[in-house]
Design a protein around this ligand. Structure first.
Ligand SMILES: Cc1cc2nc3c(=O)[nH]c(=O)nc-3n(C[C@H](O)[C@H](O)[C@H](O)COP(=O)(O)OP(=O)(O)OC[C@H]3O[C@@H](n4cnc5c(N)ncnc54)[C@H](O)[C@@H]3O)c2cc1C
Length: 262
């Protein structure tokens, strides 16, 4: 038997860099360094572990929708151990929202063929955490999201979702979509051998026409969400220091109440 796993990986602006909005209020992706979203490293790790623990023939494909530089995210995932990569890039994707992104990802996943999709719990830039559920809906398959533990056995994906009050054991028959959390297990560092091997692994490039998607379905024109305005974050002020001279607790509570925190 064989198992085809597609891992969705996002190339995000480096949070330690200086990030800006462009004039059309989209994120300026040209002038900032980017990297593989840290939360998607956990998704790659879990896919690789499923592959390593399986007696089946498993193929792990990493998929990104993003600009030219997004290939860096694919290279990192390949050097961690994924088998091949797909890069969807098209000028008309500029301004695409989560719904449009899920359309592009779903069409690419269908074209690639899949038994299991593994996503991160959220991207580190948009942090909406909605794409895995949107993908399951578009692909017409079950979703098992926010897993801290995941495994595949006999055509079934199983996992544990940890909540505040309880942990749930969940399972779904394949094909399915799962998302994994940052509690699912530390992601491996690419080894030197892995980095060298990644250079020879196949990276396919697709555009919207390869996926039968019209330009109007994506981009700012196809977006269901609109950014009305953006403002620079105000500079940090010195803050308020509460000195405890017997009444510190009361003063603190009063301050928190005045700021509507309590
Ligand atoms: C070139 C470009 C321009 C964009 N412009 C805009 C814009 O102007 N306005 C706007 O609202 N959105 C824009 N987007 C889309 C946006 O960056 C997000 O991809 C999308 O809104 C999903 O939201 P999120 O990142 O919060 O996803 P989440 O739901 O938080 O992501 C969850 C998981 O979904 C997967 N995933 C999400 N996005 C991608 C991706 N692109 N490729 C592969 N896997 C992914 C990852 O596994 C991730 O961990 C643009 C995207 C691209 C590539």
């Amino acid at each position: 038997m064989s198992l085809r796993i597609v891992v969705t990986v996002k190339y995000v602006p480096d949070a330690t860099g200086d990030r800006h909005f462009a004039d059309d209020l989209t994120v300026d992706r040209d002038d900032v360094d980017g990297l593989l979203s840290e939360l998607d490293e956990y998704a790659v790790e879990q896919a690789l572990q499923i592959s390593e623990n399986s007696d089946d023939d498993v193929e792990v494909t990493v998929l990104t929708v993003g600009p030219e530089d997004a290939k860096d995210a694919l290279r990192k995932a390949l050097s961690m151990g994924a088998d091949k990569a797909i890069h969807v890039e098209d000028d008309d994707l500029h301004g695409t929202d989560a719904i449009g992104t899920s359309l592009v990802l779903a069409k690419a996943i269908e074209k690639a063929g899949f038994d299991l999709v593994v996503s991160g719990m959220a991207s580190t830039d948009g942090t909406m955490g909605v794409v895995p559920a949107l993908l399951a809906e578009r692909l017409g398959v079950p979703q098992v999201t926010l897993l801290s533990e995941v495994s595949v056995e006999d055509g079934t994906v199983k996992g544990r979702r940890d909540g505040d009050a309880a942990s749930e054991q969940l399972e779904a028959s394949l094909p399915a979509v799962v998302s994994v959390t940052d509690q699912s297990g530390e992601a491996r560092y690419p080894s030197f051998k892995g980095i060298m091997a990644a250079k020879k692994k196949p990276v396919e490039s697709w555009d919207l026409s390869d996926l039968d998607i019209e330009a109007e379905e994506v981009g700012l024109e196809g977006a269901y969400t609109v950014v009305d305005g953006a403002a620079e974050r105000p500079a940090r002020t010195a803050g308020t220091i509460v000195k405890d001279e017997g009444e510190g607790g009361k003063q603190l509570a009063e301050y928190l109440a005045s700021q509507k925190f309590v």
